[in-house]
Design a protein around this ligand. Structure first.
Ligand code: DOR
Ligand code: ZN
Length: 343
């Protein structure tokens, strides 16, 4: 069996920098035409100049003849200058701005503590039609980690949308039915869904021993939420599209007493997704999810190229780890054999 799709894009990707970037970049560019590049480097990508320089470092490391396009983002801080954001958008340097609540996840210390302090930037973005990517979790220590997405919707997202309904928002890596329902109920808002959240629930993370390579943020939720995500992704609804959140950390940093959050799925994402969509009887909705809905929300044309996925009779093997100059990075294990491969 073979299916042909418009070349996919990844609307949420961590590429890191230096030796890690060099080691993992081909894992994405092999399959994807474009990706929204997350700005949570150390230090973060906060100005248009930072974004230009980071983009140049990525392009420098692209394999010969590779036409992958990195779509850059700025990391929103309480000191972000609305004029710099507007200029970066106008010149095509950036495609979005990323809001991390301070302390929500990896390298988010310079994120936003009080949304009031970034309203001038958000107002400018609404005016010029620049999308805001949101890490949708509150950081209030009294809120249970499994409830942080739902509470974020209530405390931050709904009030923000009431104040600035024209602002285009992407609720990144949605993990709950609450998130799916909210996105469905409102205008000017879409959501990315990761490969791993379509496959694992919190049992995979915790039952039978803690599995550090399944630990990510937002943390995987209970099975009913995973099913809601599969339903949304396979529905063809243009509000939902792929953002892998593929987030490499070296194995020593994952397999630790205080392991980093992040699942690295760039290598086998398309094979995993073909499996999930086939399982749901929705292979015909795969192209919308991976290749059409994202560009439509961002106001970009779909990629010109095509890819073909072929279902093999025997399992396809992917490397268990990618060796990089920054150490080995374990590839996401979906927990079932994969039969689809890119041809
Ligand atoms: O699991 C995650 N890893 N979630 C995030 O939000 C950040 C990311 C990372 O940068 O490692
Ligand atoms: Zn991320």
């Amino acid at each position: 069996m073979q299916i042909t799709l418009t070349r996919p894009d990844d609307w949420h990707l961590h590429l890191r920098d230096g030796d890690m970037l060099k080691g993992i970049l081909p894992e994405t560019t092999r399959d994807f035409g474009r990706a929204i590049i997350m700005p949570n480097l150390v230090p973060p990508v906060v100005t248009s100049l930072d974004a230009l320089q980071y983009r140049a470092r990525i392009i420098d490391l692209l394999p010969e003849g590779d036409d992958f396009i990195p779509l850059m983002t700025l990391y929103l801080t309480e000191a972000t200058d609305p004029a710099d954001v507007a200029m970066a958008a106008k010149t095509g340097t950036i495609s979005a701005v990323k809001l991390y609540p301070a302390g929500a996840t990896t390298n988010s210390d310079s994120g936003v503590k009080n949304i009031e302090n970034v309203m001038p930037v958000l107002e400018r973005m609404a005016e010029i039609g620049l999308p805001l990517c949101v890490h949708g979790e509150v950081t209030d220590p009294s809120v249970d980690i499994f409830d942080r997405e739902a509470v974020f919707i209530e405390r931050v997202l709904a009030p923000l949308r009431a104040r600035l309904p024209e602002l285009k928002i992407i609720m990144e890596h949605v993990t709950t039915r609450d998130g799916v329902d909210y996105v469905n109920s409102a205008e000017n808002i879409a959501a990315t869904i990761t490969t791993h959240h379509l496959i694992i629930n919190r049992n995979h993370l915790l039952v039978g021993g803690i599995k550090p390579h399944y630990y990510c943020l937002p943390v995987a939720k209970r099975e009913a939420h995973r099913r809601a995500l599969v339903e949304a992704a396979t529905s063809g609804n243009p509000k939902f599209f792929l953002g892998t959140d593929s987030a490499p950390h070296s194995d020593p940093n994952k397999e630790s007493a205080c392991g980093c959050a992040g699942v690295f799925s760039a290598t086998n994402t398309m094979a995993c997704l073909a499996h999930v969509f086939e399982d749901a009887g929705a292979l015909d909705a795969l192209e919308a999810f991976t290749s059409l809905n994202g560009p439509a929300f961002y106001g970009l044309p779909p990629n010109a190229g095509k890819i073909s996925l072929t279902k093999q009779d025997t399992p396809v093997t992917f490397p268990a780890k990618i060796e990089t100059g920054a150490g080995p990075v374990t590839v996401f294990d979906p927990g079932f054999p994969l039969y689809w491969s890119l041809t």
